[in-house]
Design a protein around this ligand. Structure first.
Ligand SMILES: Cc1cc2nc3c(=O)[nH]c(=O)nc-3n(C[C@H](O)[C@H](O)[C@H](O)COP(=O)(O)OP(=O)(O)OC[C@H]3O[C@@H](n4cnc5c(N)ncnc54)[C@H](O)[C@@H]3O)c2cc1C
Length: 377
């Protein structure tokens, strides 16, 4: 039996734990939060990640997949810039984060032990394995390298650092690495308790965007962005989006709790994702802006790639060779979409919308031609 420690029980960490257990490994998961779970927001699961989950036996995602309804991009007054219905675009499954996390953890078996309320603060590795130091009674925000009374040691042959965008393990292994950079905008998210026929889409304005989508349980997940300094007080979203098309004001009014995240990413690629016996996975390795809704999906795909490498007994660097190029592209593309989406100059926005509108029309014509060519005569 081989042993692994997974640091962090976010979506990436728990998927890695399921994958490692299914490869025959004994897994210890160390999570600093007192309880397992996820925040109250929706998440898109794209087909690549859904395929990994299905291979791991995670139920409830594939069954929930359905063709998307209306989607695309609108102006603040509701006029379509790009109407994506009929473009044949691949659509993700939209699910509540807590539900996705639960579906994954439901697959954890007896070879996985989870320690919550356990904050990893140190790590050393030698030829035979890795020793991880973790504290249980930490006051304030712990820093990697801090020793606290009551520290525990865990040892395994492999460590998966799935400790998120502010990964302490990344900080220990790559002290020179620049770390997360602020994108210039903040994001708000919520779940609205509202019946809606409109399937969703995104609305682009000047320096702010609003998107919404129906979750598989029928509730509406929405998100909004706004150009602003990091930190500082929250925006009054009803005021910010006042006058925007239906159902945006109604969604905001029907939302009991709003989450806010200043958006950062790891724009400078981390090289490599593997250091000896430590593997970085998910946001710890390649945090991206949420503009493509692929961060958690990439973490899931990382776990799938890691499982393949272990099953095929390949060098761990094969994981880096597969995952770094793929995720570097996503980080860059996602950053660029954010730059375009958050433009706030009036003329630049008009030009952007016109160019995207033309692109959408061209894509629509191509999709129509494809359908005609493929239809039986
Ligand atoms: C607004 C917004 C919308 C998004 N929408 C989508 C979307 O629709 N689709 C999508 O695929 N992605 C989306 N993402 C990205 C996605 O949320 C992240 O990429 C994903 O959650 C990363 O998962 P992770 O497991 O790598 O890290 P995290 O979810 O950050 O988990 C890290 C875990 O490690 C724990 N931890 C940290 N430090 C320690 C320590 N020292 N010791 C022990 N435990 C520790 C933390 O408590 C946490 O539980 C979005 C992100 C944002 C901000």
């Amino acid at each position: 039996m081989t042993t692994a420690i997974v640091v962090g029980a976010g979506i990436g960490g728990v998927t890695a734990a399921v994958a490692l257990e299914q490869c025959g490994w004994q897994v210890t998961v160390l999570e600093r939060s007192a309880e397992l779970g996820e925040v109250g927001a929706g998440i898109s699961v794209w087909p690549g990640a859904a395929a990994v989950l299905s291979e791991l036996g995670v139920k409830g995602i594939a069954d929930a997949a359905r063709p998307g309804g209306s989607a695309g991009m609108r102006r603040w007054d509701g006029r379509w810039i790009v109407d994506a219905a009929g473009l044949g675009i691949e659509m993700p499954v939209m699910i509540h984060r807590a539900e996705l996390h639960r579906l994954i953890t439901d697959r954890l078996g007896p070879a996985v032990t989870i320690h919550t309320g356990t904050t990893v603060t140190g790590l050393t590795q030698d030829a035979n394995g890795v020793t991880v130091t973790a504290g249980r009674q930490v006051s304030g925000e712990p820093r990697p390298g801090d020793q606290q009374p009551g520290d525990q040691e865990f040892r395994a042959e492999l460590v998966i650092a799935a400790d998120g965008i502010r990964s302490g393990i990344r900080g220990l292994l790559y002290p020179e690495y620049q770390g997360p950079r602020y994108s210039g905008y903040t994001a708000y998210r919520g779940i609205a308790e509202l019946e809606l026929a409109d399937e969703g889409g995104e609305t682009w304005g000047r320096g702010q965007r609003f998107g919404f989508a129906k979750l598989i349980d029928g509730r509406i997940y929405w998100y909004a962005t706004a150009n602003r300094e990091a930190g500082g007080p929250d925006d009054d979203l009803r005021e910010r989006f006042a006058g925007w098309h239906d159902p945006i004001p109604a969604l905001l009014a029907a939302t009991p709790a709003v989450l806010r995240n200043d958006i950062h990413d790891l724009r400078t690629p981390l090289v490599p994702f593997v250091q000896g016996r430590v593997i970085l996975l998910g946001d710890a390795a390649h945090a991206m802006t949420p503009n493509m809704g692929r961060g958690a999906c990439s973490a899931i795909e990382d776990a799938g790639a890691l499982a393949r490498v272990l099953k095929e007994n390949k060098d761990l660097l094969a994981y880096d060779a597969e995952r770094r190029p793929a995720t570097t592209k996503l980080v860059r593309r996602s950053h660029s979409i954010g730059v375009l989406g958050q433009l706030d100059n009036k003329l630049a926005c008009k030009l952007r919308d016109a160019v995207l509108g033309l692109g959408g029309k061209a894509a629509g014509l191509l999709a129509k031609r494809r359908r005609v060519e493929q239809s039986p005569v």
